[in-house]
Design a protein around this ligand. Structure first.
Ligand code: GAR
Length: 202
């Protein structure tokens, strides 16, 4: 997308293995999205997602939040980097950290998250395991705009996943990831191409 003559771009934030990151990069290229995934921001030195970024040729930046006096200072450094890349959208893909006011104020309705449950059920960590332990018949995946809470914020799309008798953490994770890998790129593409309009722009 071109705004004021500037190419704007997408930053993916991730902390873990990065399977969603990889699918997003692949789909963005295959489908020639109007904005490219210009960089990866990672808050976990050594995370698996870094190896994927290298293989895919996406510049990766690792920040160690513990080395900053507070979240504001950490996010200020991240923000400087995002400005260099003219980032318009921040896409969280397994980024296990709350976004603070420094980034939220600069990116209203422009930060997305994917969560492996039907929110508001099972917010936070280990959502798939907790759904399995609870004994729900259905769990699923939610894509939503990010606010200051943990896996809160206006919901954009949800898809259900059936928990079948005999499902293990591994089998349920596999089903949830399968849904995530189709759903997240599709939602982002709709937002980038104007098929879905964030409330800020209506
Ligand atoms: C995904 O299942 C994502 O929904 C979840 O982390 C996983 C990352 O997997 N996110 C959250 O739990 C956010 N609260 P990946 O590293 O293979 O993409």
């Amino acid at each position: 997308m071109v705004e004021g003559g500037l190419e704007v771009s997408i930053a993916v934030f991730a902390s873990g293995s990065g399977s969603n990151f990889e699918v997003l990069v692949e789909k963005s290229r295959e489908q020639a999205w109007p904005q490219e995934i210009a960089l990866l921001v990672c808050d976990k030195p050594g995370a698996g997602v870094l190896e994927r970024a290298e293989r895919l040729g996406v510049p990766a930046y690792v920040f160690a939040p513990a080395q900053y006096p507070d979240k504001a200072a950490y996010e200020q450094d991240v923000l400087q980097l995002l400005r260099k890349y003219d980032v318009e959208w921040i896409v969280l893909a397994g980024y296990m950290r709350l976004i603070g006011p420094t980034l939220l104020e600069q990116y209203p309705w422009r930060i997305l998250n994917i969560h492996p449950s039907l929110l508001p059920a099972f917010q936070g960590k280990d959502a798939i395991q907790r759904a399995l332990e609870y004994g729900v018949r259905w769990t699923g995946v939610t894509v939503h705009f990010v606010d200051e809470g943990m896996d809160t914020g206006p919901i954009i799309e949800q898809k259900p996943v059936l928990v079948e008798p005999g499902d293990t953490l591994e089998s349920l994770q596999k089903k949830v990831h399968f849904v995530e890998h189709h759903m997240y790129p599709a939602v982002i593409r709709k937002l980038l191409t104007g098929q879905l309009i964030p409330p800020r722009d209506r």
